[in-house]
Design a protein around this ligand. Structure first.
Ligand SMILES: N[C@@H](CCC(=O)N[C@@H](CS)C(=O)NCC(=O)O)C(=O)O
Length: 169
């Protein structure tokens, strides 16, 4: 029956067309640039931008902590530093914390920053701590420095240096 054969062919080509449309939609969704969804919009335009971003934070912060909100080691680090900076003698020191799990790009920025920090410091894990732009290490390093009294000395030295450079201005 020719009319049945025509409508059958039309049906098949309609199915092929709708399958094609579904495939196109899936590809478009997978490569969409909605922040925080699937591939996501990139936070950084290449490694140079990551380097500038990280270096600006390290250089521009008295104490810089690269952290993640859920990380128990980061919580310990932030609590110890907060406790120390609440002391009158260290109250002029400011701590800057960057929570790497706060970027809405599906973890891409966190990975790039951690890769850069690994290249710079040999350490990929968080917390990654800097005092006066000097790399301190992670939480265990910080706790050890504190237990030995070295951390307080470092903070005092940092304040002394900061005062000296203020006097020179
Ligand atoms: N010994 C390290 C342990 C730090 C650590 O294991 N951090 C975890 C998060 S809780 C980490 O960075 N995991 C790899 C990642 O999140 O990319 C320290 O004391 O800082």
């Amino acid at each position: 029956m020719p009319s049945a054969s025509i409508s059958c062919k039309m049906f098949l080509s309609w199915r092929a067309l709708s399958n094609f449309a579904i495939i196109v939609m899936v590809i478009l969704m997978a490569t969409s640039t909605v922040p925080g969804v699937s591939a996501g919009e990139s936070t950084f335009d290449g490694p140079g931008e990551v380097a500038n971003f990280v270096e600006a934070r390290i250089e521009g912060s008295e104490i810089m902590v690269f952290s993640k909100q859920y990380c128990p080691f980061c919580k310990k680090t932030k609590a110890l530093l907060k406790e120390l900076l609440e002391q009158e003698k260290f109250s002029r020191i400011e701590m800057n914390v960057l929570e790497l799990d706060q970027f809405a790009d599906g973890g891409e920025a966190a990975t790039s920053i951690q890769q850069y920090l690994l290249k710079k410091t040999g350490q990929r894990t968080v917390p990654n701590i800097f005092i006066g732009a000097n790399h301190i290490g992670g939480n265990s390093d910080l706790q050890e420095l504190h237990a030995s009294g070295m951390l307080e000395l470092m903070l005092s030295e940092f304040l002394g240096n900061a005062e000296k450079s203020n006097d020179e201005l």
